[in-house]
Design a binder for this molecule. Structure first.
Ligand code: GDP
Ligand code: ZN
Length: 291
């Protein structure tokens, strides 16, 4: 038996990469019985049929994470890309991406791209907010080739999904990391010229410098309605850390006296925008529960 990783799945066939070779495999009925469907990203054991070099997936190792959109197993981290300008950064949206990454068990790396367009120090402002919150953050420019090698180092030996609004430079970044590596657009299906629907298949792309990249951007929906009201705070880690020090155990960190979170905001240890976004997303999950 050989050990490999599923890099693509189409119509019941799984393409398993073992070293430099790719084997076309089917799954044994056994998985269907247990309702486990192999996913791209799964580490598997396969048995090869010597005659035609096709194989069977015999075993799927336990997954560390399981993304739904795109459906990929064992993703380690999300690179969340924003631009300094064109489009202007939206920190509410960035916090939303960070929340969703964390909820799904992924480490997040923030990438502030188009640093060449920074004229008024906006990038330092964003950098400070997220450094303070404990995030890893990289400034990049595809135009001036800044930060690309650092980003490449962060991708080594990991499975990474890129996410972020359109137009921020996700595909350009990937092409700078490795030419011929174009990130697909976020659409799930599109019409061909003959009017037929073709389904997009998510695929893992191996980097020459080590590691894997998911070829489809992550989190095409930004719903947070499945997150429980009292759990939301855990995904705003710097708010969560402070909250244990509040005078009242049920403190909502809004109006109560003795609130250490509010104090930290006043002392600028927690940034105002992170705090505001926490409260607004909390209100949002509360409103969802009410209907
Ligand atoms: P995506 O939608 O996130 O994949 O964004 P694209 O990679 O398609 O890039 C959108 C536009 O931004 C393109 O016109 C790129 O040439 C441009 N772009 C990408 N990176 C940079 C950068 O670092 N600086 C500048 N000035 N433009 C960039
Ligand atoms: Zn509080």
């Amino acid at each position: 038996m050989l050990e490999g990783i599923i890099i693509k799945g189409i119509g019941g066939f799984y393409y398993v990469k073992v070293g430099d070779r790719i084997y076309e495999c089917r799954a044994r009925g056994l998985f269907r019985k247990n309702k486990i469907i192999p996913l791209v990203g799964d580490r598997v054991l396969i048995k090869i049929n010597k005659e035609d070099n096709t194989g069977y997936v015999e075993e799927i190792y336990d997954r560390t994470t399981e993304l739904i959109r795109p459906p990929v197993a064992n993703v380690n981290q999300a690179v969340i890309v924003f631009a300094v300008k064109k489009p202007d950064p939206n920190l509410w949206l960035l916090d939303r991406f960070l929340l969703l990454a964390s909820y799904q068990g992924l480490d997040a790396i923030i990438c502030i791209n188009k640093s060449d367009l920074d004229v008024d120090g906006e990038i330092d402002n964003i950098y400070d907010i997220y450094k303070k919150a404990g995030y890893q953050i990289i400034k990049t420019s595809c135009t001036n080739r800044i930060g690309i090698d650092e980003l490449k180092r962060q991708l080594k030996d990991k499975i990474t999904v890129f996410a972020g609004p359109s137009g921020v430079g996700k595909s350009t970044l990937l092409n700078n990391i490795q030419s011929n590596l174009k990130l697909q657009t976020g659409e799930i299906s599109q019409k061909t010229s003959r009017g037929k629907h073709t389904t997009r298949h998510v695929e893992l792309i191996e980097l020459d410098s080590g590691g894997w990249v998911v070829d489809t951007p992550g989190f095409s929906t930004l719903d947070i309605d499945f997150i429980k009201e009292d759990e939301l705070i855990k995904y705003f880690i710097e708010v969560y850390d402070r909250s244990s020090l509040c005078r009242f155990s049920g403190c909502s960190h809004n109006k109560e006296p003795g609130c250490e979170v509010k104090k930290a905001v006043e002392e600028r240890e927690i940034s105002q925008s992170r705090y505001d976004n926490y409260l607004s997303m909390l209100q949002e999950v509360k409103d969802i529960r009410r209907y």
